[in-house]
Design a binder for this molecule. Structure first.
Ligand code: NAP
Length: 505
């Protein structure tokens, strides 16, 4: 089992003890970072601790906050050991100088590289073990997601020889922090909250426990994730992890910041990868990397769902059906006639617009594509057999369905809207691909005009439901997934608004 250890960067002894006591028992250890503290009383910390503690006093040369005398620094570690710390963390280059520790105190010998994942991790590990480590720790920066499997491979080969902590730092390394548990890591670190990370890429403990279900992860856990760039604000990890938990599946879903899809697939596949959501900007490139693709994905020219089926990579496009279903549901509510008798105005000509246009074309709708860059509208219109125009040529159109497939109106610019108000009429359907915010200005105005509004939330949930069912062969818990999305969106909005209160205007 891999322990979950929260790294505390509180300023005082009092705050550190209070933070420790606030943690649930599933957090089996805490690390007290003396180098982040303004003052500390080691005797009090060690006598009042309520679970095993690691005491660390990281010097600035290894990315820590201690800039003082080296002998004094090592003395704080000896003092911590005498006071009753369970583990003392000493850097590889200072391990010899630290000297013996009292019996029962375990020595973590650590190596950090904040720049990159060095070539010879085995050599580093040998040096750490030779320096008398009870626990070896290697924390390296993943500059590319392909660095993660290199660290997982180190764990897979050496974790059985003795306690080993090996993790990847940075946004590209998040998967490594979680997947260490699959490959026998002694522990993984988490932060106390979003704002108290002691190293880049650290995940708050609540996410480790509730979203990634760390205690559940083991050798047989199947790995899924969303490959995107950027990936930080993706809503897919909370939704899919909640669905796996609801169906009690031994699976975890991770954010995967990928720059080069081919290299990523090659390096990650052997490490338990079972399925992928594919997001911007990789949907088109993934098409060419599949062994098998469904007809719709081939028609649209984009793959957003991958199943790794033995040695075959199988691709689907769940965006198309998901958007069409959301629009059709609103069309039924609005009492619109058959799709073949409808005129649909799609504003936008990017990846989302393309998926929607292909889906609606299959239903026989007449399509008008309008876009800021008219040449892109023309290219898409030529592909789907519609007409094209610029955004200044919308007056007078009377579509039955209006689709916004641009990012206009998305958070934080929530006061923006992509079309003139005069286009909105009673009885029509207005579908906004945007899901953040859930009710855009366009949708509010559409409802005021008597139109039936459909939000991008439904699209997002529909495509996630279909992905889940492709990967697991199990019915997806749709309502729970939608609820999870709505909760996370409102949490994200409150936290973004708190950080940038003026950004929305
Ligand atoms: P994309 O490929 O980057 O296309 C962006 C589109 O927005 C282009 O047509 C672009 O016009 C237009 N645009 C951007 N800024 C604009 C502005 N200031 N004024 C006018 N037009 C502007 O992105 P995408 O993947 O198609 O996504 C488009 C929207 O759909 C996003 O809001 C995205 O969140 C949403 N979406 C939602 C889901 C879902 O599941 N709900 C799925 C996919 C996409 P130019 O061509 O002139 O640059």
């Amino acid at each position: 089992m891999t322990y979950l250890c929260v790294s505390l960067t509180e300023k005082t002894t009092e705050q550190a003890l209070a933070a420790m006591r606030s943690l649930p028992s599933e957090v089996q250890m805490v690390e007290v970072r003396l180098d982040a503290m303004e003052s500390f009383e080691l005797n009090r910390i060690c006598s009042a601790k309520d679970r095993p503690i690691i005491v660390t006093n990281r010097p600035s040369r290894e990315g820590g906050g201690w800039n003082g005398d080296e002998q004094k620094r090592l003395e704080t570690l000896r003092e911590a050991a005498r006071a009753g710390a369970d583990y003392v963390d000493v850097e590889l280059d200072a391990a010899a100088a630290l000297g013996e520790l009292p019996p029962g105190v375990r020595r973590i010998v650590s190596y950090h590289n904040f720049e990159r994942t060095p070539a010879d991790l085995e050599k580093v590990l040998r040096a750490i073990r030779a320096a008398g480590a009870d626990v070896a720790k290697i924390a390296v920066r993943a500059t590319d997601i392909c660095d993660v499997p290199r660290v997982l491979s180190l764990l897979a080969r050496h974790a059985h020889e003795g306690p080993l902590i090996a993790l990847t730092m940075g946004e590209e390394g998040v998967a490594g922090r979680v997947l260490g548990a699959k490959f026998g890591a002694f522990l993984t670190f988490a932060s106390l909250d979003e704002d108290a990370r002691s190293a880049p890429g650290q995940v708050p403990w609540q996410q480790m426990l509730q979203m990634y279900r760390l205690p559940r992860i083991g050798p047989r856990t199947q790995v899924f994730g969303v490959m995107a760039n950027p990936v930080g604000h993706s809503m897919s990890p909370p939704i899919h992890n909640a669905a796996f938990a609801a169906r009690d599946l031994d699976a975890v879903y991770l954010p995967l910041k990928v720059s080069e899809p081919g290299a990523f697939l090659e390096s990650f596949r052997p490490w338990g990868l079972r399925g992928l959501s594919v997001a911007i900007p990789h949907k088109e490139a993934m098409l060419g990397l599949m062994d098998e693709v469904d007809e719709l994905a081939r028609d649209v020219g984009a793959v957003n769902t991958v199943l790794i089926d033995g040695c075959r990579l199988r691709g689907w496009n769940t965006d198309v059906g998901a958007a069409v279903n959301a629009i059709e549901r609103a069309a039924r509510r609005a009492g619109l006639g058959p799709a073949s008798a409808r005129t649909v105005l799609i504003v936008g000509a990017g990846g989302g617009a393309r998926a929607i246009a292909f889906g609606l074309k299959r239903l026989g709708c007449r399509l008008i594509i309008a876009n800021r860059t008219v040449s892109r509208a023309q290219a898409l219109a030529a592909d789907v057999g519609g007409s094209a125009r610029g955004l200044d040529e919308l007056e007078g159109l009377e579509p039955n369905v209006l689709v916004n497939a641009t990012s206009v109106g998305m958070w934080p610019k929530v006061d923006a809207t992509p079309v003139p108000h005069s286009l909105l009429r009673a009885g029509m359907v207005v579908f906004d691909a945007i899901y953040n915010p859930i009710r855009t200005r366009l949708l509010r105005e559409a409802e005021q005009a008597g139109a039936k509004a459909a939000s991008g939330v439904e699209w997002f949930v529909n495509q996630a439901v279909e992905q889940f069912e492709i990967w697991t062969g199990t019915r997806a818990p749709r309502e729970l997934m939608e609820q999870e999305l709505r909760t996370r969106l409102s949490e994200q909005q409150s936290s973004l608004s708190a950080r940038a209160p003026d950004a929305a205007h």
